[in-house]
Write a protein that binds this ligand. Structure first.
Ligand SMILES: [Zn+2]
Length: 113
């Protein structure tokens, strides 16, 4: 592609990523123009250059829909519920504890009371 900077493979500046690298970050170019291109190491069947996109202009792979937000809220609520006392701990139950702090450390709670 003419008119855009070309970098050697692995010498592209920070803040730019190929489509595949964006994908690994859960991002997509999101309609932005190609910012630059890198020459790829020569390999059969691969295109000779890869296009680079600005990470800051990239968008999440899947836009969140209201249904997805609701599912996320529900999942987070489930993660906040203590399996021991079934109360909403107000924070995500640490996996290491597996229960809310008062349940995990009842002695501490009594001392504090
Ligand atoms: Zn609890």
């Amino acid at each position: 592609m003419a008119g855009i900077p070309t970098y050697r493979w692995r010498f592209a500046p920070d803040g730019l990523a190929t489509r595949r690298q964006l994908r690994a970050l859960g991002l997509r170019p999101g309609g932005q123009d190609v910012a630059a291109q890198v020459e790829r190491p020569r390999r059969r069947r691969d295109p000779l250059v890869a296009y680079l996109y600005r990470i800051e202009q990239a968008k999440p792979v899947r836009p969140m829909t209201p249904a997805k937000w609701a599912a996320l809220v529900k999942a987070n609520a489930a993660r906040r519920m203590c399996p021991q006392c079934h109360a909403d701990a107000g924070y995500v139950i640490p996996v290491s504890l597996g229960m809310c702090a008062p349940c995990a450390y009842p002695a501490d709670e009594q001392r504090a009371a």
